[in-house]
Design a binder for this molecule. Structure first.
Ligand SMILES: [Mn+2]
Length: 259
């Protein structure tokens, strides 16, 4: 398995879901990047920073909202190492984007060592094995032949296809229970066993927090990173979002409110 060793504190964030209509989230994320650049030794972004990514060529002709977010990531990456991971929405982020930003691509599953602690890091969607339809979609879009076919289409065509896929996925998710869209306990246990760790960190499920589990008699922890939304709020909802800091003390989650 791929390994990264970093000096702490290391900051992590995922599931920011930046898009054309996320001005509030985008502003909060840019503030976060500035803070990370001054306080973290490295930044790990394991997936779904963007709500959609239809190919790295879009960065070259980026609309203003995207150009602004990309510039903020680039500015952060000029100060500290930034690692970009691919989620289930921005799985088409590639080497060209990473190079352009001065960042590096995170492998799909990676062992990260920070000080005395090693943990398994991934986006997390691979553990949602109860969602059989999603896993079939995932296998399809991760296929290199499918990807090169998709990337050979024009940007407008790709935008249309992505919007269609998103509409279909949202409709399908309406019919799924929240258990189906959470991680499968056996899939997590197997990942922990294979990696030989007692700490696993991922995003994707939008259920931030710390979970304790027992794997073959060992007490393990699974931490879930927060999802962000400062734009599509009901009257009594607070902006959502946050990040994790890992230092010698271990992982700690921070809310946007504490920024
Ligand atoms: Mn996701």
């Amino acid at each position: 398995m791929n390994k990264i060793s970093l000096a702490g504190p290391v900051w992590l964030a995922s599931d920011v879901h930046l898009g054309q209509h996320t001005e509030g989230t985008s502003e909060a994320f840019r503030d976060f990047l500035k803070l990370a650049a001054s306080e973290a030794q490295a930044l790990l972004l394991p997936g779904d920073i963007f709500d959609a990514w239809i190919g790295d060529d879009v960065a070259v002709v980026a609309p203003p909202w995207l150009a602004q977010d990309l510039m903020a990531i680039k500015a952060c990456a000029a100060k500290i190492p930034v690692w970009l991971g691919r989620g289930n929405r921005d799985f088409l982020m590639g080497e060209a984007l990473a190079v352009g930003l001065g960042a590096r691509l995170l492998p799909e599953e990676v062992l990260v060592t920070v000080g005395p602690r090693t943990f398994l890091l991934s986006h997390g969607d691979e553990y949602c094995t109860d969602d059989v339809a999603y896993q079939q979609f995932r296998a399809m879009v991760r296929n290199p032949a499918w990807q090169s076919g998709f990337l050979s289409r024009s940007i407008p065509e790709r935008l249309t296809l992505a919007a269609q896929a998103r509409g279909e996925s949202m409709a399908a998710n309406q019919t799924k229970t929240s258990e189906i869209m959470d991680v499968n306990a056996d899939a997590v246990a197997q990942a922990i066993r294979t990696a030989g760790v007692s700490l696993i960190i991922h995003g994707h499920t939008h259920r931030p927090g710390r979970n304790v589990l027992n794997v073959d008699g060992n007490v393990c922890e699974r931490w879930v990173l927060p999802d962000w939304d400062c734009d599509h709020l009901e009257a009594n909802q607070q902006p959502r979002g946050g990040w994790m800091v890992i230092d010698e003390e271990g992982p700690t989650l921070f809310d946007l409110e504490q920024a």
